[in-house]
Write a new protein. Structure first.
Length: 417
């Protein structure tokens, strides 16, 4: 089976698709992963075929207006209004490249972001992925809604509002691409109902509610265990003294001021007599009690850390959970406040430290609790064991293979009629 995987976004969006692609190839399928040129080297390292989509996530994440907007709060809609929108020419090109990447495929799997510019031809089975629970339910509110105890009616209302906001956000892209609009107030309505919608997060957090459509599933995280060898410098640093604190802000580093962020975090870390591993960001020159690394395999590093401080991206959150170590989350926008709230609810992290309130005092309180609270340590170890036992990509491929078989069976039956 020829499978096209289509994903736009940051490395945290792309790497789970690499994990899915590797499991598909292990099952004997041929896979091409279409994404931004920033990740070509990573995709080819995994052994998957690569197709380039135009644009770069850095165009959005490194824009000065984004950091300014996020200082006022975690609103994705405020951030999107501040950063200049892509041109119609770029959107048409992106849509054309997505179409090219899907031609000749026996199965297409996209993310909800790349689904925006995907047009269902009706000739190929497809499925989608959401990084958060997307389908409406009375059990919990929509991802961006404030969590309250107002109950099922409130929860349903938040999903209706989220659908409307999604439609408002998406319609301009579809129009610029020359595509027909998606359903008013529910642009993702077909996902989980007419095609599979997979959510690659642990079932320790969520299980499918009774009012969800049958094709929506939580699979467990999609981890890619790449072949990677740590440097001698990193090994020596990790083994010299007490386990250090790891700081990883992933793709969101551009919104932080490198020198000031390191000064703030390091001052707090030192007050707890710990050293610091700085991943993928911060200033080039660092003190002796800090080790800066640009590319690291989280399954190697995180379990050797005393605490993981991170930005709350879905994939990084999954890696932190898998490590079994306590964590401190500094969420910025989009789904990161949601995941920060979830890991606190799970009992593996203290209260989040929002980016707009990222002070040394708040970080000190959170890090102190993460380092010393035995309840958090026990719960993190327990959840980590459960997450490691899940087989997320294998579950996902089982679902996708079954879907293709059912889809092709229905099509053959309709053809005979």
């Amino acid at each position: 089976m020829q499978v096209s995987l289509v994903v736009t976004g940051s490395r945290g969006d792309v790497q789970p698709f690499i994990a899915l692609g590797r499991t598909l190839t292990d099952r004997g399928h041929s896979v091409v992963l279409a994404t931004h040129g920033d990740f070509e080297k990573l995709v080819r390292e995994s052994g998957l075929d690569f197709a380039e989509l135009p644009g770069s996530p850095r165009d959005f994440l490194a824009h000065p207006a984004l950091a300014e907007a996020l200082q006022q709060g975690a609103s994705l809609f405020r951030a999107a209004r501040k950063v200049p929108r892509q041109t119609p020419e770029h959107i048409r090109l992106l849509a054309a490249r997505i179409k090219e990447a899907c031609e000749g495929a026996d199965l297409v799997v996209n993310s909800v972001l790349s689904r925006i510019l995907f047009e269902d031809s009706g000739t190929t089975p497809w499925a989608s992925l959401s990084w958060w629970p997307l389908n409406p339910t009375s059990r919990w509110p929509a991802m961006m809604a404030p969590p309250t105890r107002l109950g099922p009616l409130y929860n349903r209302l938040t999903h209706r509002m989220a659908g409307l906001l999604d439609w408002i956000s998406i319609r301009g892209y579809r129009k610029d691409a020359g595509m027909p609009g998606l359903p008013f107030g529910g642009p993702y309505r077909e996902l989980g109902r007419q095609v599979p919608l997979l959510c690659p997060v642990t079932r320790e957090m969520f299980t499918e509610p009774a009012d969800w459509p049958a094709l929506s599933r939580f699979t467990g995280y999609w981890f890619w265990d790449r072949e990677w060898t740590p440097s001698a410098e990193l090994v020596d640093f990790m083994e010299s003294g007490e386990a250090p604190v790891t700081l990883s802000f992933g793709s969101i580093w551009p919104v932080h001021q490198p020198e000031k962020t390191l000064e703030k975090v390091l001052g707090v870390v030192r007050s707890h007599r710990r050293r610091l591993v700085l991943v993928g960001g911060g200033p080039d020159q660092v003190p002796d009690d800090v080790l800066r690394v640009d590319d690291v395999h989280y399954p190697w590093l995180f379990p050797k850390s005393s605490v993981v401080i991170h930005h709350g991206g879905c994939n990084t959150t999954g890696e932190a959970l898998r490590s079994g170590r306590p964590q401190v989350v500094v969420p910025t926008f989009a789904d990161s406040p949601f995941w920060a709230a979830q890991v606190h609810r799970l009992g593996v992290a203290p209260r989040p430290v929002p980016f707009s309130k990222f002070t040394a005092e708040r970080l000190d309180e959170a890090l102190g609790k993460a380092l010393t609270d035995e309840g958090i340590a026990r719960r993190a170890a327990s959840v980590g064991e459960a997450v490691r036992a899940e087989k997320g990509t294998e579950t996902a491929v089982d679902i996708l293979e079954d879907w293709v078989e059912r889809w092709n069976g229905r099509r053959a039956a309709n053809t005979r009629v």
